[in-house]
Design a protein around this ligand. Structure first.
Ligand SMILES: Cc1cc2nc3c(=O)[nH]c(=O)nc-3n(C[C@H](O)[C@H](O)[C@H](O)COP(=O)(O)OP(=O)(O)OC[C@H]3O[C@@H](n4cnc5c(N)ncnc54)[C@H](O)[C@@H]3O)c2cc1C
Length: 629
């Protein structure tokens, strides 16, 4: 069968590549702090590093102004216990969030201590965080003095006041502008491909990175005293779905596990990579969230059945420890039983007309427009004549449950970090979702801001790095290999193959035997199929390199799954050969890393960060709060 590429090559016609191609040409950049990923955490890292007076560069695969999961918007600034309306103590709140197993206590303490300062700093840059025009006067949770809007949903009985409703569409442009004002060099449309290490040694100090311009194909070499990895998590490893929900499972299309792959190859230590979960979103088949009522931006929209009968409220647990996942499941079981018995009739609706005008206006015209993905719902429905004062919004809630469990997505795995948000590698820091057990937007912002100042301090006292040219040459050969072929397999085929291996051999239930077969299959792909990848233009070359990141990421998940010889409910991790769930001796972090090409595992107790309040303070004696001009 002739592929599109072969057809294109044979016929020699088709759309022309709109940029001049510079395959093989090099650009060299010297900087003090290099940020890989210009999303929420990356931009914040750049700003706080630049405020310290060092030279900063961002390398971003997309366009920084809107890139990443938080680029299009955000409607809740979560876990901000230091805000003036809060009724809780920041350290106690952080302790509560970190109290369970597998939490990232360091990240949570930073978030709770610093994300209010972060929010105020954002306001100074032009981010909108208050109802300054009094448009939402009278809405539940609005404070007339500060004009902050406390989220009603995440604030059961007005007990905490720790989540603030915000105008997140203003954030990313404001962050980019501030980066530019501070002289941060932004390299948009450049995919970082590898980390450079001192003497080219796995486990050595990280001294920069390489990249590929995905428009021109130019090769970029960044020489940096400190590097912050902020590329979020992984892409769609278990499913290739270009026609329905798109490629990724929930996050931005640019997020494909590149940071994970490059850090792993450099010898960085990861944890919780065995945690994967059933795919809830992005398949196009299942819309449990983000439609109608009862969740996220729809927070206070009442859910009703086809006859207008109120459904038991189903809210997400977490902030208010009184609502547990177990209780939530019980609520859904109850709704399900009600459907089967005829008590509730499908379909269900978000009952906007039932809401007070001011509440409806805020939810429909502020929250849903600020959240990001839901803006299209508001625009499309409004454009089609939908009026929330009159019309209910259908909830596409199915009773069959989630997607098939073999359609999985990444879990909470990520880089292990210390109190400087430094990884085990000198010169390499992590921020946002790149850290294990990361939380949300304000977590990304606060950890980015924190990592930026720590990396800048390190860069200020370390000598200039010297790049090993051999390491650059080898990476360059790897990067351009697909464009040096003109036939073979394309990125979609390779992606589909990797996904199939993950579905077969790293699915919901695992054993030593199938995981080892899976590893063999991945090695087979690496040895026999990756060398057949071919790409005709810089865009497809980027897609091909993303596949190779995925292959590495897949291996890391399998290695981590082999390392944990116990099942765990917390990790949604089911080993048929070790059926006991969460046996006490396995209640710990298992870490994995490469050293000299071999996999090493270690363990760390859940409380390795020690006393959060004490250690935060000891590590931040110089922290002065909001930056003053
Ligand atoms: C639809 C949606 C709505 C959300 N709403 C909220 C909300 O209301 N409140 C909330 O708290 N959280 C929300 N979140 C979560 C929040 O957006 C994320 O927690 C946050 O963006 C994480 O920040 P990050 O910096 O880790 O990753 P991102 O902001 O995603 O940034 C990662 C960046 O890395 C870049 N990148 C990836 N690979 C490479 C590479 N190889 N080279 C260079 N660059 C690379 C990407 O292009 C991207 O810009 C939402 C998420 C989504 C998807």
């Amino acid at each position: 069968m002739t592929t599109w590429h072969e057809f294109y090559q044979e016929k020699g016609y088709g759309p022309k590549w709109p940029y001049s191609i510079k395959f093989g040409e090099e650009q060299r950049i010297d900087t003090d702090v290099l940020i890989i990923g210009g999303g929420i955490s990356g931009c914040w890292a750049a700003i706080s590093a630049a405020r310290k007076g060092v030279r900063v560069a961002i390398v971003e695969k997309g366009a920084t102004v809107r890139s990443g999961a938080g680029g299009p918007g955000c409607d809740h600034w979560c876990d901000v216990p230091a805000n003036p309306l809060s009724k809780v103590d920041p350290d106690e709140w952080a302790h509560g969030l970190s109290n369970g197993p597998y939490a990232c206590g360091i990240g949570r303490e930073i978030q709770c201590r610093e994300n209010y300062d972060t929010l105020l700093e954002l306001e100074k840059m032009g981010g909108k965080i208050r109802d300054t025009e009094d448009k939402h006067k009278g809405v539940e949770g609005r404070d007339d003095a500060t004009k902050f809007m406390i989220s009603p949903r995440y604030n059961a009985n007005h007990e905490h006041n720790v989540v603030i409703r915000v105008w997140g569409t203003t954030f990313k442009p404001a962050l980019k502008k501030e980066c530019q004002r501070l002289g941060v060099k932004i390299y948009d449309r450049v995919m970082a491909t590898s980390l450079l290490t001192k003497d080219s040694r796995q486990g050595g100090r990280v001294i920069g990175a390489t990249g590929l311009n995905n428009r021109t194909g130019e090769f970029m070499i960044f020489n940096a005293k400190a590097t912050i990895l902020a590329t979020a998590v992984g892409g769609s490893l278990w499913l290739l779905n270009t026609e329905l929900g798109g490629y990724n499972t929930f996050l931005s299309r640019t997020i494909s596990g590149d940071g994970i792959a490059m850090a792993w190859k450099a010898g960085a230590e990861f944890t919780m990579m065995e945690h994967t979960q059933s795919l809830h979103l992005g398949t196009g088949f299942k819309h449990e969230w983000y439609t109608g009522a009862g969740d996220a931006s729809y927070e206070n929209v009442p859910s009703v059945d086809n006859n207008g009968k109120a459904l038991p409220v189903v809210t997400e647990p977490g902030w208010d420890k009184k609502i547990t996942w177990e209780m939530m499941r019980t609520q859904w079981d109850r709704v399900r039983e009600g459907i089967m018995s005829g008590e509730f009739e499908l379909p269900f609706y978000g009952d906007f007309p039932q809401m007070k005008d001011v509440e409806r206006e805020t939810t429909w015209n502020m929250m849903l427009k600020e959240e990001s993905t839901t803006k299209i719902i508001v625009d499309t429905y409004t454009g089609s004549g939908f009026d929330p004062a009159r019309d209910q919004l259908m909830m596409y809630q199915l009773i069959e449950g989630n997607s098939p469990p073999q359609w999985r997505s990444n879990g909470a795995g990520g880089l292990m970090v210390d109190w400087n948000l430094k990884t085990n590698l000198d010169g390499l820091y992590a921020a946002g979702m790149q850290i294990y057990s990361a939380a949300d937007h304000s977590f990304a912002a606060a950890t980015g801001r924190y990592a930026g100042r720590k990396a800048a301090d390190y860069a200020s006292q370390i000598d200039d790095p010297v790049i090993t040219e051999d390491q650059v040459r080898i990476e360059k050969e790897r990067v351009y290999a697909p464009v040096n072929r003109n036939s073979g397999i394309d990125w979609k085929e390779l992606h589909a193959g990797i996904s199939k291996v993950m579905r077969y051999f790293c699915s919901e239930f695992k054993t030593e035997t199938i995981l080892n077969i899976g590893l063999e299959r991945l090695k087979d792909i690496e040895k026999n199929w990756s060398p057949r990848l071919f790409a005709l233009d810089p865009h497809k070359l980027m897609r091909s390199l993303e596949d190779l990141s995925m292959l590495t990421h897949a291996r890391l998940i399998m290695e981590s799954s082999l390392a944990r010889k116990a099942s765990s409910r917390y990790l949604d991790f089911h080993r048929i050969d070790y059926p006991e769930y969460d046996p006490p001796e396995w209640n710990k972090f298992i870490t994995v890393k490469l050293d000299g090409g071999a996999v090493f595992t270690r363990e760390k107790p859940f409380d390795y960060a020690g006393d959060l309040k004490k250690n935060y303070e000891a590590n931040n004696l110089d922290y002065t709060g909001v930056y003053a001009e």
